[in-house]
Design a protein around this ligand. Sequence first.
Ligand code: SF4
Length: 290
Amino acid sequence: MDVLRITPRGFCHGVVDAIRLANEAGETLEGPVYMLGYLVHNAHVVSELAQHGVQLIDFDDRLAGLDKIEHGTVILTAHGVSPAVKDRAVAKGLTVIDATCSDVYVTHDLIIDLAERDYQIIYVGKAGHPEPEGAIGEAPGRVHLVGTPDDVAALDLDGPRIAVTTQTTLSIWDTQDVIDAVRARWPHAEVHNDICLATQDRQEAAVRAADSCDLIIVVGSQRSSNSKRLVEVVRDIKNKPAFLVDDVADVDSAWFEPGMRVGVTAGASTPARVTREVIEFVEAFDPAPA
Ligand code: SF4
């Protein structure tokens, strides 16, 4: 098959930094080393970290996860946690390594600053994802999570100081409706778009590539917000088929027809090795063997 290797794809700076910190901790520190939830949203990365001595404690409720750790080191994931989680880890006497991405901290700092200036903050994000949980925890009671225009309509907010910000790994296209709904209700609302550059760059490249491809494969996990958004932007904006695969085992040869051009990209937490195996499989695949 003809394959277009879409760039940029794969690891972003936040993921590279988090994996480096975790590997160093697993290999050099005495005592058990834990990651509190998936360090980054990719099972291949998590199992490679386990080989370097970093054990996974995977609870939706991070405070409940901390209760399972008696001693040693805890690594806070790239998506960030609320101050309550950090404080509990310190109070338990654990060594804390903070692998929160600097782009996530930009949003946390913004929320702290807005809350101190008496703003109500509307946060566009996905319920159940750890990143909103951490962001909301920076100013409990002041941050209101919304995912749709209907959520915005249901908010009971008033006053001159209203701001809106976003989870880093959404898409500019799927947040626009929600931000428009905020502006329609509160024209004076201060709008901050905190989708990170790595996420935007990968989405824009995938959308551009879709013009010259018949289908797009996104290598990434179902847990990975930015990977799922890559699939959505190709389908929704370019109306082209797009599929999310965790690795080469998920690639379905029924997708391919003779003469097709296939674009391959990868989420920000997908190891290059996993993406390379998908690319090599598709390149070698012959949809019309003699
Ligand atoms: Fe940071 Fe963006 Fe990468 Fe998340 S996707 S780790 S916010 S750079």
